[in-house]
Design a protein around this ligand. Structure first.
Ligand SMILES: O=C(O)CCC(=O)C(=O)O
Length: 300
């Protein structure tokens, strides 16, 4: 093994990631986890899903369609509170290493989620994570790991370029035939999301302001599973109350973290000399977990 060339390769990989992130507010760490690690996590969460329902499962309370595939595969939430595999992944040294390079500071870990997105499942309408997570000061950052190859057909994540520095945009009602969440960030004419095509084990990092979401899984035979960690920058002093406790990447609890106030300011798109700008003049009520509700049958 040539240690020097391995170190040089790793440095180049990290530098490229950092440049992508600084420029675009998102960056793809290709192959950060191996296909075998992705397969391990896939199996692990499928077993957990098939074994039981959990009190923190999140299902859409407006879903009354008996055929909805998400009923059988609801999104898991904050598994790291009770599952060691999830906790180890959330605090993984590779994720920390990438984030320190991109943020120039330590991240704190706040949340885990597992999207199963089986064939036929709806997606999640365009949104900004900071609307929910309310990190103050600063914003959040997501590490979104593909557990299956993702593309347009199975409802890959979609990102709207050049939205990483926007304030929060006031959301509108989502099309619930396409989205299991009920709010959507509107886009001005000409702005559109681009698909993030990933292989299993790739990790997509994106900041909490960036507008993103996903469309339905239109395949009949391919899941689009993903494991997501949400983090905040280490200078944050407040976060949404449901994200407490906040963890350092060594697993210790950040005691000095407070709960951020509900809601805040959001803006609407305006056209200024042909440029799309955001006029921040509205107030929103925090949606938080109102978007989803705890599964109400046989829960523990
Ligand atoms: O995976 C998806 O479809 C949506 C994920 C997402 O929006 C997020 O993790 O913030």
């Amino acid at each position: 093994m040539n240690v020097q060339s391995d170190v040089a390769k790793m440095q180049r990989y990290t530098m490229e990631l950092r440049e992508q992130f600084k420029q675009n507010g998102y960056a793809i760490a290709r192959g950060l986890f191996s296909p075998a690690e992705a397969a391990f996590h896939r199996e692990h969460f499928m077993q957990l899903r098939q074994a039981d329902h959990y009190a923190s499962d999140l299902v859409n309370q407006w879903d009354d369609g008996e055929q909805d595939p998400l009923k059988q595969y609801p999104r898991m939430f904050n598994m790291h509170h009770w599952d060691d595999v999830s906790r180890r992944w959330l605090l993984d040294a590779r994720i920390r290493h990438c984030m320190v390079a991109m943020l120039d500071r330590e991240p704190y870990a706040i949340q885990t989620m597992l999207y199963f997105k089986p064939p036929g499942a709806r997606g999640q309408a365009l949104h900004q994570d900071q609307y929910y997570l309310r990190a103050r000061p600063g914003t959040s950052i997501a590490a979104w790991m593909a557990l299956d190859p993702t593309d347009e057909a199975n409802g890959c994540l979609q990102i709207v370029p050049q939205t990483q520095d926007l304030p929060l945009i006031c959301p509108e009602p989502a099309d619930e035939s396409e989205s299991f969440t009920t709010i959507a960030v509107p886009l001005p004419p000409g702005m559109q999301p681009i698909p993030m095509r990933l292989e299993a084990g790739d990790v997509l990092f994106f900041n909490g302001q960036i507008i993103h979401g996903s469309f339905p899984n239109t395949t009949t035979d391919r899941f689009r599973r993903s494991l997501v960690g949400h983090y905040i920058e280490g200078h944050a002093r407040q976060v949404a109350v449901f994200d407490l406790p906040v963890l350092r990447m060594d697993g210790t609890v950040v005691e000095e973290m407070g709960a951020s106030p509900d809601g805040g300011e959001c803006g609407i798109w305006i056209d200024k000399d042909g440029r799309h700008l955001v006029d921040v003049n509205q107030l929103y009520e925090a949606a938080g977990l109102l978007e989803t509700s705890v599964l109400n049958r046989g829960e523990r």
